[in-house]
Design a binder for this molecule. Sequence first.
Ligand SMILES: [Mg+2]
Length: 245
Amino acid sequence: MSPHQIDGILFDIDDTLVDTRAAFGTALATIARRYLPDVTPDQDADVVSFWRADASDHFGRYTRGEIGQVEQRMSRANELHERFGGPALDDEGFAAWDGVFDSTFREAWSAHEDVDAVLGRLLDAGLHLGALTNAATAYQTDKLERTGLADRMPLLVALDTLGFGKPDPRVFAEACRLLGTDPGRTAYVGDELDVDAAAARRAGLIGIWLDRPCARRLPVTDEEIVAAGVLVISSLDDLPGLLGI
Ligand SMILES: [Mg+2]
């Protein structure tokens, strides 16, 4: 692909730029020690997998504007406790739980190791960069600032920008408008095959799936990957080469 065909790149934030999975691991280990007496440290990975899988799709409902942030996280906390032997949380109990979870989670945020160098290369190549995320503006602004990315990665579209998020094609269109690039000359890079790369492609962008090793939130079949018709990389280090930069 010629570099002249791409004017801009939009990025997902969680598990694409920021190692959110590791931060969940830190936060949920703290939760497990305080609230889940049956869980031993060697089972912490199971807790993280259960949390990320979100089998009841509470986070999905949040991204569609059907429920609020507090409701989605409280529902997930109670499902986690139900599965791993913790107490049922009422509003007051959840507020305390979330105080522990959220402070630990925020302190654990850090950028993936491959982010810094690749952003420098892409900016040096003259590309426009921005973030499109399925979480709230205030939350993600704090995340970009704490991880040292805010200067190079403007947050263009968050969940509260239009009131709904990916995979709706309108959020991709709005992000391209704000980036100042034509969707057909804009790539979107994200760690979710369906919500990120395939949805971006359906919206007319170049969809790139970042399939980091051992990091898939949900199982994905080879048939699904082929059907999605997107470009696939396993590290952001592969991005400049893929785009011919
Ligand atoms: Mg993500």
